[in-house]
Design a protein. Structure first.
Length: 323
């Protein structure tokens, strides 16, 4: 009998196209661009053997209960799995897969886009032109801060943090990093200096957040952390929104405690239109597009399908997460 699978959105790439035509798998694909409601999710997972989900889909005990005891694998098309109760899956013998590696460089590119955009006021300047405000050239018009030669602080020196640091070499920057576990070999290769969390914040002109969202990192960048940063500094977050206390960030930006922010992720996604962040000229917000190059998204989808197939076959996943 064919394995039943629910996929919470249409995916790009050959792996998914092949899955759809595979007679051994009965695939139900959520047809809309918006994620399924909790109710619809619960209905669609009933009786499935495998699930492919996105970061927008919360997979908790209630979804696992709705699916039933035959569920073998939850495969995320993402590296971050904070939307999945991995411990609960593991305790039920359900394999969990993710897609590390393939999105590292693409996400580091976006961190850099935000460093440059926020530091050099790119979005503000482009809107200035489109808004018909460009009437002359003047000495301090839209003047930002230099990126080259500045100090970059990387909070979380995993694969993506290191890729962000590597790019800083081309800009002649000094790189500081903070990581829970030592990364001396990688740091030496990248010319990065290890510091305490507090010192990274205090000494950096650009602070890039690259930790995973966990109970320990939830709210890591709070009012006290922001108060340690330079008033000329820019905060860049391409990891997960809840790592930053957004109310504290708004206050810090408003009070001039820090100069600017570049955010690819926000506490609530999509960012509510009444968020004060949207009224601030010194804030650039992107809609969580860190991994959004077509090539990378295809690779992620292929990996998610490979994890799904391995889980359905009862074998180890090529990339698994254990809670
Ligand atoms: C991830 O993979 O965790 C990103 O946030 C989405 O690409």
């Amino acid at each position: 009998m064919a394995h039943r699978v629910f996929v919470t959105r249409e995916l790009p790439g050959d792996g998914f196209a092949n899955l759809l035509t595979d007679a051994a798998v009965d695939v139900d694909v959520w047809p809309l661009d918006a994620p399924p409601s909790r109710e619809a999710f619960g209905e669609r997972v009933r009786g499935v053997d495998g699930l492919i989900c996105l970061i927008t889909d919360r997979v908790d005990a209630s979804v696992l209960d709705a699916a039933g005891p035959q569920l073998r694998v939850v495969s995320a098309m993402a590296v971050g799995v904070d939307n999945i109760d991995v411990a609960e899956c593991t305790s039920r013998g359900i394999a969990v897969g993710n897609t590390p590696g393939v999105l590292t460089e693409t996400t580091a590119d976006i961190a850099w886009a935000l460093i440059l955009a926020a530091g050099r006021r790119i979005v503000e300047a482009a809107e200035y032109v489109k808004g018909g405000e460009w009437r002359t050239w003047s000495p301090t018009q839209l003047a930002g801060v230099d990126v080259h030669g500045a100090t970059l602080g990387v909070v979380g020196f995993g694969a993506i943090g290191q890729a962000v640091a590597r790019r800083a070499q081309g800009f002649g920057m000094r790189v500081l990093y903070w990581n829970r576990t030592p990364k001396s070999v990688e740091a030496a290769e990248l010319g990065a200096e290890q510091r305490s969390f507090e010192d990274v914040l205090a000494e950096s002109d650009f602070v890039s957040i690259n930790v995973a969202l966990t109970d320990e990192t939830h709210g890591l960048i709070d009012a006290s952390a922001l108060s340690r940063m330079k008033s000329s500094a820019t905060l860049v977050n391409t990891a997960r929104g809840p790592i930053v206390d957004e109310a504290a960030l708004v206050d810090a930006l408003r009070d001039g405690q820090i100069a600017a922010a570049g955010l690819d992720v926000t506490a609530v996604e999509p960012l509510p239109m009444d968020s004060p962040l949207l009224t601030m000229p010194n804030v650039v917000v992107l809609p969580h597009i860190g991994s959004a190059s077509l090539a990378t998204r295809c690779k992620m989808a292929d990996m998610a399908v490979a994890n799904l197939r391995a889980g359905l076959a009862g074998g180890p996943l090529p990339n698994s997460v254990v809670g």
